[in-house]
Design a protein around this ligand. Structure first.
Ligand SMILES: Nc1ncnc2c1ncn2[C@@H]1O[C@H](COP(=O)(O)OP(=O)(O)O)[C@@H](O)[C@H]1O
Ligand SMILES: [Mg+2]
Length: 174
């Protein structure tokens, strides 16, 4: 049915509290690790949502899912980009925030394009600001405040992102 196809492609998750948002991120990172064994191809997650929507909280969850200490993850608003190595498996989390960038011309000099790497998750806060600079195969995640809770809407752009999103959705339904 047409409707359910659209729902499949754009699943919506409800998060009643920050810990739930972290667990969504954790689950996505775990699924990415598991679905790509033995060697993950990179995953790019573009995060959209107002200030305070929970983008950085979600990225802390991604860190947790890669075995990285989530307390190390802070907003890269001022430093532009952070990189965290996952212990053991040679995976890493790269975290960028486009919020303070004025032009996509700044991306080259900050080394942004090197952060799109085969064994890394690249999370980009305010990714939709420069959508043309992101790989076409990526996951788009929108966070929307709904009173005290949050709605997360996920959308795959491209076949690899669709595969990971399907796995993530399935894991959440378990
Ligand atoms: N369900 C929720 N999910 C995520 N954050 C939440 C939630 N409910 C409340 N919050 C709060 O909202 C804020 C989100 O901050 P942050 O992740 O830094 O936002 P952003 O990076 O989108 O600007 C945090 O203070 C967090 O505690
Ligand atoms: Mg943030």
């Amino acid at each position: 049915m047409e409707d359910s196809e659209i729902l499949d492609q754009r699943p919506c998750f409800h998060s009643p509290e920050p810990e739930a948002t972290r667990r969504y991120g954790e689950g996505l990172a775990r699924v990415w690790r598991e679905m790509n064994a033995p060697g993950p191809g990179g995953l790019v997650v573009s995060l959209r949502g107002d200030l305070g929507a929970g983008k950085t909280v979600f990225v802390k969850g991604l860190a947790r899912g890669l075995g990285i200490d989530e307390s190390l993850v802070s907003s890269p608003t001022f430093v532009l980009a952070n990189q965290y190595a996952s212990p053991g498996e040679g995976l890493s989390l790269h975290h960028v925030d486009f919020y303070r960038l004025e032009s996509p011309d700044e991306l080259e000099s900050m080394g942004f394009f090197d952060l799109i790497a085969p064994r890394a998750i690249l999370a980009v806060e305010w990714g939709p600001k420069f959508p043309g600079e992101l790989p076409s195969d990526r996951l788009e995640l929108e966070l929307e405040a709904d009173g005290g809770s949050r709605l997360l809407r996920a959308e795959a752009r491209g076949p690899e992102a669709a595969r990971i999103l399907a796995g993530w959705s399935a894991s959440l339904a378990e």
